[in-house]
Design a protein around this ligand. Structure first.
Ligand code: RTP
Ligand code: MG
Length: 136
């Protein structure tokens, strides 16, 4: 089943020059393609909506500060079972728990600075795509 998902390469990935590496891993999967791509800075209102489910948690404020600390790359990726697929390519939230071979497992050590966001369900994908790419 072909799907679309929202991917964000977080400010740590951009700062460390990992844009090409991470997009390369996504593009290499059979049948997946990049449908939209933009380097942009996220404002407070966008981040509040994007990470609204975490408001009130101890990591929320530092997360928003981190996500505002530099540009991100926002992408729409489409293809066969891409929502679950990119989550698996990314690996678990904590990079130390993430297996080598996954993006977080290969490049991350810090829970907050875990390189990549990807929509976690069809409902999240619809909501996040509307928030980041309303014109699509
Ligand atoms: P994301 O939403 O960014 O794709 O990540 P996720 O689903 O794997 O993890 P989630 O629980 O939604 O958390 C969102 C982001 O918040 C940061 N975080 N920090 N304990 C902590 O310090 C902590 N927990 C989460 C991470 O950047 C995580 O990806
Ligand atoms: Mg999440």
């Amino acid at each position: 089943m072909s799907q679309r998902t929202l991917v964000l390469l977080k400010p740590d990935a951009v700062r460390r020059g990992l844009i090409g590496e991470i997009i390369g891993r996504i593009e290499a999967k059979a049948g997946w393609s990049v449908a939209a791509l933009e380097l942009r800075r996220l404002d407070g209102a966008t981040l509040e909506q994007h990470y609204g489910e975490h408001k009130g948690k101890p990591f929320y404020e530092p997360l928003v500060a981190f996500m505002s600390s530099g540009p991100v790359v926002a992408l729409v990726v489409e293809g066969e079972r891409v929502i679950d697929g990119v989550r698996r390519l990314a690996g678990p939230t904590d990079p130390i728990e993430a297996a080598p071979g996954s993006i977080r497992g290969d490049y991350g050590t810090i829970v907050r600075e875990n390189l990549i966001h990807a929509s976690d369900s069809e409902e999240s994908a619809v909501r996040e795509l509307k928030l980041f790419f309303p014109e699509l």
